[in-house]
Every structure is written in structure tokens, then in C-alpha cells.
Design a protein around this ligand. Sequence first.
Ligand SMILES: Nc1ncnc2c1ncn2[C@@H]1O[C@H](COP(=O)(O)OP(=O)(O)OP(=O)(O)O)[C@@H](O)[C@H]1O
Length: 246
Amino acid sequence: MNPASIDVENVTVRYHGNVALHQASVKLAPGSINGLVGMNGSGKSTLFKAMMGFVKPQAGRILINGLPVRQAQKRHQIAYVPQAEEVDWQFPVSVADVVMMGRHGYLNWLRIPKKQDDQRVKASLERVQMGEFRDRQIGELSGGQRKRTFLARALAQDSSILLLDEPFTGVDVRTEKAMIDLLLELRQQGYTILISTHDLSSIETFCDQVVLVNKTVLAYGSTADVFTEENLTRTFGGILPHRIKK
Ligand SMILES: Nc1ncnc2c1ncn2[C@@H]1O[C@H](COP(=O)(O)OP(=O)(O)OP(=O)(O)O)[C@@H](O)[C@H]1O
């Protein structure tokens, strides 16, 4: 694994003329866990989508290890775990099928998996304790199992950057703890991780850096410096979320 950096420079994204992100800038260091925090509609998913190349900024640029997003994508450098709402759970695929999608960039034009791809799928499922569910339809999974399936897909992709959009929503406390432990292991391996979460109470326990957004990046830096009452009050429009009130 070659640890990767991400540089977002003055990125502006508009949807039909409405600004979702305005001149957002942030740098993520290789091999770090970064918490992305902001209100509903503040632009968190938009930032992920811009990093994935799913939406094209009207201004600014994003560099992955110094390369534009499209080139980084060709090298399978970025994996994304979407919000649950963005997935069609009725689509008739099994857990193992979903995880194999993480290997698609490595398959030949016939899309026939090799032994190595099967092994990566198996190992990724085991890493998130989903091995026993590999043949189950995704619509028949619990919320936590769904999250773990998509995390396994991202792991199977062997990317050095992992973007996770609300991975703890609908997940019980034990599963959340197991996922955090896994993220800490991945950081040790050199992954650069950006994770949006509404669970502010856990941020200080595992994030090296925090990125605060409200239509732009208001502040970013070490959790100790940036995750302050004053900054959070700014991020949440003057209302400090009760979960982090001291
Ligand atoms: N495809 C789209 N078309 C038009 N507007 C969009 C689209 N996607 C997002 N928006 C708008 O852009 C803004 C930012 O949305 P975004 O999904 O990035 O927010 P978010 O911080 O991820 O919110 P949440 O916490 O609710 O997931 C919102 O005002 C939203 O309504």
C-alpha cells in the first residue's frame, strides 16, 4: 500500500446554479483518519462525490497524490462507501456480488474473476465479519450488515484512499466499535480515510484530523485544535449539538 494524499483546492460545486460548495480547500495527509462534520445539506456528500469524480467542480481542483481525480481513478486509488439511501437494496445481487464489484477495475473485458479476485472478496468479507452472509441477497440484510458489505467492497478494491459517507448510521454500538477498530488498523496499513459521521461523541477517539463544513470548509486541522466548542457552534449555525456539550 502506497499512502496517498488528497489536496482539495478552492473547489466550487453548483447544482443547477445552487451552490453546494464554495471555494472549499482541505489537505488530507497520507495515512490519516479525517472526520468530516457538518449539518444536513452542508455539502459533505458533494465533497465525496467531487473527490470520486462523480460531480465536476465548476472551479478549483482536486489532486490525489498530485494527480487529477480521473487519473487516480484509473489507478484504483479511491474507494467509496456510499450512504445507504444511495443504494437500490431491491437490486437482485448477493453480498459476494457486491464485494466483487470492488474488483471490476481489475477484471479483463470478459469480466471473469480470477482466483486472486475470489480470494480478495473472501478476505474482505472476513475482515468485516460478513463471510457467513456471502450468498444472501442485499435486501435481506440488517442496516449494520449492509454497511459492512459496502465496506468489504471498498476493501476488495485495494485502494489507498477510503471515503465513507455516514458509515455508522443505523449501526449498533458494538458494530460501530468494530468498524472503528478496523479503520484504526487500516490507518496502520497506510490508508488515508475520510469519514462523515453524525456521531460526534466518537470523533475524538479515532480521528487524527477534523474537517468542518458548511457550504465550504470552515476549518480543518488536528482534532485537538479544530474540534472545539466555538468551531462546532459555527459549523452548526449557532446550535451546539447536545452530544458534545461539555
Ligand atoms: N443531485 C443534486 N441536484 C441538486 N441539488 C443537490 C444534489 N445533490 C445535493 N444537492 C444539494 O446540495 C446541497 C449539499 O448536499 P449534500 O448532499 O452534499 O449535503 P450533505 O452534507 O451530504 O447532507 P446530509 O448530511 O443530509 O447527507 C444541498 O442543498 C442539496 O439539496
